[in-house]
Design a protein around this ligand. Structure first.
Ligand SMILES: NC(=O)c1ccc[n+]([C@@H]2O[C@H](COP(=O)([O-])OP(=O)(O)OC[C@H]3O[C@@H](n4cnc5c(N)ncnc54)[C@H](OP(=O)(O)O)[C@@H]3O)[C@@H](O)[C@H]2O)c1
Length: 510
């Protein structure tokens, strides 16, 4: 293939297209990215973002000037006639089109005879491409791992995840692998006329997929079965006929666990596993906060940093988490979370370790270098406190919330026994144990005892600041029960509370 001139990437802000754009750019290929809103598109430096859509052939034509190859995808199945016209326009200008089709398309069956709307729409575009005379490569992916992102809402709220066909194994594709195949096809010879059936490396039931998300992020995730027909109708549209719904169900059950080696053959590296995909998407699946009640966390290190202003606060948080990308993950570190103080200056690092020995080993081996590297990115970080804890007891209401604020309430204690007695007494008064309705917007209270006996820490989750303020205003006034208990506990001194906004968590490599 002659050196590609410019590649036009449609769907460039989307799940696959974003990685096609990045992959081409990193190979030094000029990319013109098609998007309905260039101003909002967050694309790599050097990419030319142009307005348009595969549904607007006339609007797209000017952007084909000087373009040798096109990555074409179907954002929806709505206006296939427009996409057929787009194909004809592309064929007048470019030499090669790589089309993101679907594993549902069957060869030897005309578009009208394909089973289900998804297969029909993609087969129609494939036909249009073949008829146009342009060189083509069809990518026919099976299921995207990204489809599981819709579980995130339930996981983050601590609710059971509605799962379709929970025991039917399916292979799930990492979008980076689909994009890598597209990049090879767009930049090398030998891919014209190929129909690449793309799958993930191993069949996994949805129940096992949830277990893997749980293993990577330290959670036990409950699930409930969602009727398959109900889900299929949301994919195909409410107007889908019973036969179409049944057809799609059968095709999921038939083909979902097929495994091909196409990704390895084309890219030279094996398809990424679902576990690898989860490790890159923990934020979207489980949110920015850690699972406080994980059983394997025998030691918690809570430390605080102070910086000059909110911009540096965010920069320091990003640097602290991004730094792990280039560094060996310390043995025994399960999760490292960063939260931002609402004062605009403080950062809280909450890290869960298997045991204190693992922290000591990290302090000896790698901590100074890590701090130096972060200081090189953000100047003026003051490292204030670092206290070792173990989580002692938690009280979590049955009604789950998605926490948007964490409040750390601290007490000085004369000994660990004083701290434990106080927490035990407090928990007998807690709504979780009295049967009273928990305050709206209040989540878990997780009580930690400092390993040196000097502190009690309550890590309290709330939906937002207003929910915490309501608790302060209605339950923590002088004369209320809890302030009375605090005042009446010898050896205990309240140190006040600090409010934090969740920022992010990195986990061990799963
Ligand atoms: N999910 C699966 O399991 C699976 C399996 C096989 C095949 N596929 C196929 O893969 C394709 C989806 O790829 P993807 O997930 O990378 O896409 P995507 O992220 O859903 O969307 C890509 C881009 O399309 C643009 N877009 C969205 N709605 C649009 C509209 N109404 N009109 C014009 N542009 C619109 C958006 O870009 P802008 O906002 O920047 O314009 C969006 O970023 C579909 O054809 C699907 O059938 C999916």
């Amino acid at each position: 293939m002659n050196e590609p001139r410019t590649i036009l990437v449609s769907g460039a802000t989307g799940t696959v297209g974003r990685h096609v754009t990045a992959g081409l750019t990193s190979r030094g290929v000029r990319v013109r990215a098609l998007t309905r809103d260039p101003a909002a598109a967050d694309l790599p430096a050097g990419v030319e973002a142009v307005p348009g859509s595969p549904f607007d052939p006339a609007g797209l034509e000017p952007w084909l000037d000087g373009v040798s190859g096109v990555f074409l995808m179907l954002p929806r199945f709505a206006d296939i006639a427009a996409v057929r016209e787009t194909v004809r326009v592309i064929a007048r200008h470019a030499e090669h089109v790589v089309f993101l089709s679907s594993g549902a398309v069957r060869d030897g069956v005309p578009a009208t005879g394909q089973s289900g709307a998804i297969a029909r729409a993609h087969a129609e575009v494939e036909e249009a491409i073949r008829d146009s005379g342009i060189a083509w490569t069809f990518l026919r992916p099976y299921r995207f791992a990204a489809n599981t992102l819709h579980w995130g809402e339930a996981i983050r709220a601590g609710a059971p995840v509605p799962v379709v066909l929970p025991h039917v194994p399916v292979t799930l594709l990492d979008e980076r692998d689909i994009a890598a195949v597209a990049v090879h096809a767009l930049t090398e010879d030998g891919h014209a006329g190929a129909r690449y059936e793309l799958t993930g490396p191993e069949p996994l039931t949805p129940v096992r997929q949830l277990a893997i998300i749980g293993e990577v992020t330290g959670r036990r995730i409950a699930w409930t079965e969602r009727p398959a027909e109900d889900w299929i109708r949301t994919v195909l549209g409410r107007a889908a006929t019973d036969a179409e719904v049944a057809g799609m169900r059968a095709s999921i059950e038939d083909s979902a666990s097929s495994v091909t080696d196409t990704i390895t053959r084309v890219t030279g590296r094996p398809a990424r596993t679902f576990r690898e995909w989860v490790s890159e998407h923990t934020h979207e699946l489980t949110g920015p906060l850690p699972e406080l009640r994980r059983d394997d966390a025998g030691f918690v290190l809570a430390s605080t940093w102070r910086v000059a202003d909110p911009a540096r606060q965010r920069a320091a948080a990003a640097a602290a988490l991004d730094d792990w990308r280039d560094r060996p993950w310390p043995p025994g570190l399960l999760a490292h979370s960063v939260l931002l103080g609402t004062d605009g200056h403080t950062l809280l690092h909450y890290s869960q370790w298997t045991d204190s020995g693992a922290v000591e080993a990290f302090r000896r081996a790698g901590r100074t270098r890590r701090n130096d590297d972060i200081d090189a990115v953000v100047s003026g970080i003051e490292r204030l406190t670092a206290t070792g804890y173990r989580r002692y007891r938690s009280a979590v209401p049955d009604r789950p919330i998605e926490p948007g604020m964490v409040v750390l309430v601290s007490f000085a204690t004369e000994s660990a026994a004083v701290g434990a007695r106080f927490v035990d007494a407090l928990l007998t008064r807690h709504p979780v144990n009295t049967g009273e309705r928990p305050p709206d917007g209040m989540g878990g209270n997780h009580f930690h005892l400092a390993v040196d006996g000097s502190r009690v820490l309550n890590y309290a989750e709330f939906t937002d600041e207003a929910a915490h303020q309501r608790v302060v205003d209605t339950r923590l006034r002088a004369g209320d029960d809890v302030p009375g208990l605090i005042a009446g506990t010898p050896g205990l001194t309240p140190l006040g509370f600090e409010r934090f906004l969740p920022y992010g968590t990195r986990y061990g490599r799963g």
